[in-house]
Design a protein around this ligand. Structure first.
Ligand code: NI
Length: 186
């Protein structure tokens, strides 16, 4: 178990498409999950993807307690290890041509000190596996859906600024949100 260095934007390892995990319930995989959890906890993150610590695998972890100082108003999201994920946007109303979107503020441990307003699908179904190879299949919305989309984007080389449409809504956390206890690294 160890707290690992988090790669920052500009590192080409954050821009690749990660490899699928092919072996579950291995010592190597459990060690990776343990390192990701230790690293996320050390910086009060809401999620972390394997490529952010330089590991080229389709594995993300996420989850929040009721009181995460980086996201004080966010509802709790269950602690989850998600491997080889697949996200399907859901259409709230079948007559809608485009699945529902909503914008909200995001930060990223690989983009320290900054926040931006990012459009995401408001409702998704996500599937994948945990570290034991057991299937995960959930339909979620709001902050939970946003966290999953943000983390899974790391597996296809996308950082949240690449999803933004309005760069007037991008700035330093301490300027945008004075008084927010944003933690040590963000
Ligand atoms: Ni991130």
């Amino acid at each position: 178990m160890a707290v690992r260095d988090i790669l920052k934007m500009g590192d080409p390892r954050l821009l690749g498409v990660a490899q699928a995990v092919t072996a579950f319930d291995t010592d190597e995989l459990h060690l990776l999950v343990s390192d990701l959890l230790d690293t996320m906890l050390a910086v009060n993150g809401a999620g972390l993807a394997a490529p952010q610590i330089g590991v080229d695998l389709q594995l993300v972890i996420f989850g929040t307690n009721a009181r995460n100082p980086r996201y004080p108003n966010a509802p709790p999201v269950p602690k989850t290890v998600l491997i080889n994920p697949l996200i399907t946007p859901l259409v709230a109303n079948e007559k809608d041509a485009v699945p529902g979107e909503e914008e909200d503020w995001e930060g990223c441990l690989s983009v320290p000190g900054l926040r931006g307003l990012v459009p995401r699908f408001s409702q998704i179904r996500y599937t994948g596996f945990d570290q034991y190879g057991d299937a995960i299949d959930r339909t979620v919305q709001g902050f939970h859906a946003r966290v999953v989309q943000h983390e899974c984007d790391h597996l296809i080389g996308k950082l949240y600024p690449m999803r933004m449409r309005d760069f007037t809504r991008f700035g330093y956390t301490d300027v945008l949100f004075p008084g927010l206890d944003a933690g040590q690294d963000d």
